[in-house]
Design a protein around this ligand. Structure first.
Ligand SMILES: Cc1cc2nc3c(=O)[nH]c(=O)nc-3n(C[C@H](O)[C@H](O)[C@H](O)COP(=O)(O)OP(=O)(O)OC[C@H]3O[C@@H](n4cnc5c(N)ncnc54)[C@H](O)[C@@H]3O)c2cc1C
Length: 491
């Protein structure tokens, strides 16, 4: 049955676009986190919607599960790995058309394989005064997948970019959200995302209920002048600085995401007995007319008060002179490899070109991703957990705590390790597992999980997860779409 299905799929996509078990497929299963891969019979790369529809039909008829990804750079969380044995990897990177960029209503319609580098370049090629909300990940990562996964961008939460979805269901039917589903009117359909009736887009984000084949992605108008706020703070004053940043959001002085990195993240080692640990805040943009920006340059330091060791505002040229040009670029819609290189540099390793696909590089990486309430006590407790990991495992996690608005911070807490040292691998995995547990026991919750820890934090008896199981049964009774991902384990 499996072999028959694989040869039918091979006929659809052509032999160059399918990998079956062997060395080439094994390379695709390598992942920077050094997780052991489940058994995967094949990887397939359809070229268009018709090929995708036919593959899903074959899988449905032979009860063969697929595990969908768009570009597969889900680094630190499992990359391209499914949760269960026996899934065909469904790689959508060849569905890579930018179908529309609408300047007036500031959105783009893209397929899963469109990378943030490609969409950003196209916006600039067209000379539009618009910005894509890029992430700190590779320019090759997927605009659509990162949004579905609720990634964190520089301008906003990526979920805020979601203006519409086109979804293929397991039964082969396809639908579009909101007014996009009813394209009979000549008028604009994407100016009001929920449309009329239940808005189902949310159930396809962090979900295995369908395959998203197109997305309408919000773009952000770029105003006359932009400057990036940065500051440096001693660790002891970080909790109160975070509260002050919350006030900046409440006053609407800043609206983009602030990134606050520890010394490890910023590649500064200050851990001597006499030296204080510092955190560096960057990325939050102020923008508008020259007069308005000038007002903010006076007003923001007043709100922040004397909490920082230093504070300033950089325009593009000043950012470049300070070695922060790539960060300024991210804050204005231009993705970069800078943060991947920084990861290697923080471990004194060479980020050569090949290593930028970190699944095949020598440096390993794990992620712990709690979303913190924006309050000083949450920051104090977070710092204590990080220090406890350093004490107990000898690892200082590379951390950014990222206020997104006046309510929450998304944290990105990474553990790096040498992949060629089995003891280092085991220690890193134990530290990440324990750190996640310590955050959980301290009452914090997480916005993303890796494929190995996800099920430890899904309680099948919880009414939320019971509802998810009911949706799965209704929409995908044979469990052919990414089984196990974002759903309780089925025994
Ligand atoms: C140095 C560094 C910096 C990083 N910075 C950031 C950052 O700033 N913000 C951030 O969010 N992440 C960041 N990451 C993590 C990660 O690399 C990104 O989240 C990346 O965007 C995920 O890979 P991808 O876009 O290729 O998604 P994919 O791997 O293609 O997809 C991710 C998951 O989404 C689901 N999915 C994908 N496509 C579909 C579809 N069409 N239909 C249904 N489900 C689908 C699948 O479950 C899949 O496993 C960083 C990583 C590193 C190493």
């Amino acid at each position: 049955m499996l072999q028959k299905a694989i040869s039918e799929i091979s006929e659809i996509v052509g032999s160059a676009n399918i990998l079956v078990e062997g060395p080439e497929l094994n390379i695709q299963l390598q992942n920077t986190s050094h997780f052991i891969a489940p058994q995967v019979p094949a990887l397939v790369r359809p070229a268009n919607d018709q090929e995708l529809d036919s593959i899903i039909q074959i899988c449905r008829e032979s009860s063969l599960p697929v595990y969908t990804f768009s570009k597969g750079l889900n680094w630190g969380l499992g990359s391209r790995l499914p949760l269960e044995d026996g899934c065909i990897l469904l790689d959508l990177s060849r569905l890579n058309r930018i179908l529309e960029i609408n300047p007036k209503f500031h959105y783009a319609i893209v397929e899963p394989g469109v990378s943030q580098g490609e969409l950003s370049a196209e916006i600039r090629r067209l000379g539009l005064n618009l910005m894509l909300n890029v992430t700190g990940s590779s320019p090759n990562s997927s605009v659509l997948a990162n949004m579905l996964e609720r990634g964190s961008g520089f301008l906003a939460h990526r979920l805020d970019d979601m203006r519409g979805l086109e979804v293929l269901l397991a039964d082969g039917s396809k639908m579009r959200s909101g007014f996009w589903n009813d394209a009979h009117s000549e008028r604009e359909a994407l100016h009001f995302s929920p449309g009329f009736g239940p808005d189902w887009t949310g159930i396809f984000s962090q979900s295995n209920l369908g395959i998203v084949t197109k997305a309408v992605v919000n773009l952000y108008p770029k105003l006359e002048l932009q400057k990036m706020l940065w500051c440096k703070v001693e660790q002891s004053r970080l909790p109160e600085l975070v509260e002050a940043i919350g006030e900046l959001y409440q006053r609407k002085y800043i609206s983009s995401v602030t990134h606050i990195g520890n010394d490890k993240r910023m590649k500064i080692e200050h851990r001597g007995a006499d030296k204080v640990q510092t955190w560096t805040s960057f990325g939050s943009m102020v923008q508008g007319t020259a007069e308005y920006v000038e007002f903010l340059e006076k007003e923001i330091p007043r709100v922040v008060g004397n909490r920082c060791l230093s504070l300033g505002f950089y325009n593009q040229q000043e950012s470049e002179e300070a070695g922060l040009g790539a960060v300024f670029g991210c804050s204005t819609g231009v993705p970069t490899d800078y943060f991947i290189k920084a990861m290697y540099m923080s471990e004194d390793m060479d980020p050569d070109g090949q290593n930028l696909q970190i699944d095949h590089g020598p440096l390993g990486m794990l992620c712990c991703l709690p979303v913190l309430p924006l309050q000083a006590s949450a920051i104090t407790d977070t710092l204590e957990i990080l220090d406890s990991i350093y004490r107990d495992f000898g690892i200082m996690p590379a951390t950014t705590l990222n206020p997104m608005n006046d309510l929450c911070l998304e944290s990105v807490i990474n553990i790096y390790f040498r992949r060629n040292d089995p003891e280092a691998v085991a220690n890193a995995h134990a530290a990440n597992k324990e750190m996640t547990k310590r955050f959980y026991e301290a009452g914090f919750r997480f916005y993303r999980f890796d494929v190995k820890l996800m099920h430890e934090y899904i309680n099948p008896e919880n009414p939320h997860w019971k509802f998810v199981s009911r949706l799965k049964k209704a929409l995908d009774p044979d469990r052919i779409l990414s089984p196990g991902r974002y759903e309780p384990k089925v025994s």
